[in-house]
Design a binder for this molecule. Sequence first.
Ligand SMILES: [Zn+2]
Length: 209
Amino acid sequence: MSESSYGLSVITSVEEYQQLVQTRAGQRLVDLTERIPSLVLDIRYATPDNLLGEAVYSEARAFLREPVADALAQVQESLKARGLGLCVYDAYRPYSVTVRMYEQIQDEDFAAPPWRGSRHNRGCSVDVGLVKLSNGERVPLPTDFDEITPAARSRYGDLPAHVMLNRSILLATMHYYGFVNYPGEWWHFDHERWPEFDLLDLPFAAVKV
Ligand SMILES: [Zn+2]
């Protein structure tokens, strides 16, 4: 465990992470497309199409801690009955990326401050939308991912009925499986078990199995 320049304890060594995985159940970061093959990935931070305007991930991959990935698999299974599935925009995010995002955006409503870190850094948060399972087509939701407008708020009401219904399906299904929505962003969810997991600053290449 090393201390970040903002005073937080962050795991920065692959050896320490591997040791944690071997000694404590559920600590492993799981590749989401391996656990949930029907998932659609749209990892915006691996492209310039994000708030920062440049790619900050070298690969379009998504990881979550094992019990959180299992909970997301249950969400996917439950949505199947409606012909829907999840689209993942972001999941585990290395701590250094959070620091970089905050330094550029400087808005605590849309970027976690480095002195607190993000639950994304713990592999316990996920940004999701909905797709039609049959063809992967997007289901209409209030805004695009990471769009900084009032409509991003989860209780924003000035929307067509079908968009509100889609948002309700997403919020209710995620909630049922232990994900708590951040009211400022309809797409952001923290799994309720997040306090059990440390902040990590390891690149995707270091956590791949
Ligand atoms: Zn998020």
